[in-house]
Design a protein around this ligand. Sequence first.
Ligand code: HEM
Length: 445
Amino acid sequence: MQETKQKKTSLPLPPGSFGLPIIGETIQWFRDRNFIDKRYKKYGSIFKTSLFGRPTVYACGAEANRFLFTNENKYFVATWPKSTRILLGSYSLATTTGTFHTSRRKLIYQAFQPRALASYIPTIEHFTKKYLEKWEGMKTLTWYPELRKYTFDIASTIFVGTDGGSDTRLSVLFEDLSAGLFSIPNPLPWTSFGKALRGRNEMLKEIEKIVLRRQQESNLGEDALGLLLQAKDEDGNSLSLDELKDQIILLLFAGHETLTSALTSFCLLVAQHRDVLSRLQEEQAKLNFSEPLTLDSLKQMTYLEQVLKEVLRYISPVGGGFREVIQECEFKGYTIPKGWSIQYQIAKTHEDASIYNNPDRFDPDRFSLDKAENKQQSFGYIPFGGGLRECLGKEFARLEMKIFAAMLIRDYDWELLSNQDLNLTTIPTPKPRDGLQVNLHHRDK
Ligand code: HEM
């Protein structure tokens, strides 16, 4: 025991700089898009810095991902800024750890099993058709804000049981809540945190009304809300009303921003690669599916599957994830002390030339069965994270992306408008600076 301790403390800390006292390198982190790249080039795949008053280690690459994901709850636990913890609520799956987290994950997963996913298809198809027709009528549109409404309509219908939601009070409250998630937790009413807190409290009231109404009905329903109301843990307990409300808010939040970013990136990248679009159109023409789609028919869209995988590699909606170190550990010859933060890197992993050939090229064929570059190193393809905290909504996200993409490609074509800024802003998730302005038209009209 003594020996292990001595061995650990004799190893150096990772290279890097803590910057200024207290604020560390937080300002550079916010201001400099190439913050990680610069340090990665200077120090290598593991380095230290100080962010938000805390020493932080960046660990990049598949090996680092494996180390982090396989030591969840042993060396590391999830950590979020104080504002996020308060606004998501104390029961939220994202902020709980250990056995409580594992047991709650199993329970909430009941709303994401294949049978449940299949039952969401008609809702996704309904909103996809509705929005495609709307955009066809608009002819010229800025896609990102439209896709935000689209994903919110689907999520609120499936997870909250409303019929749509982007035009309702719930959506306004949700936008207030989202805007304050990563803010200074000052609760004064005019601050973004204060507004977000009010948004959360109002949302809780709205959701409570919906849940109580649903509980009066003889049939609780087969949507996610119905499934969560009926779900039981290993001891036969269901979610309390307070917990259910927190988990619903999490599902709205976790799925909304990320999916909107992913769909926008799909529309951007496919418009920029007409050869990919032609092959996608050929696949749809050959399969000739019409609604209602099924999990089986979607599975046959193999080229589309490759394109979606490449979209998530090329522009990862989530850049990485933070953990808190709960026990001192060693990695690559360095000590990582207890109490520090550590961040794993999704985008950096996906740019790694030892995993991906010409990683800067958008190339869906890298995911073809014979190449399968993502299988070359485990934990080398991680758009949804990994291990015990891997994205719970992964299959739901893939389902919605696929239905959206299939229906769009089958019937529509679109071109990017000139004179727009397509550079990506990355906080909170990547999107083109001008929101992706396009002309969209029906292919047969
Ligand atoms: C393309 C879309 C999406 C991407 C790229 C994505 C990515 C991620 C990532 C990287 C994590 C892990 C974060 C960490 O390690 O700290 C995560 C967690 C999570 N995601 Fe997603 N996500 C997406 C869509 C969704 C959707 C649609 C839902 C639900 C409707 C969802 C629900 C969750 C939940 C509940 C967690 C927390 C899991 C836990 O802590 O046990 N996500 N997501």
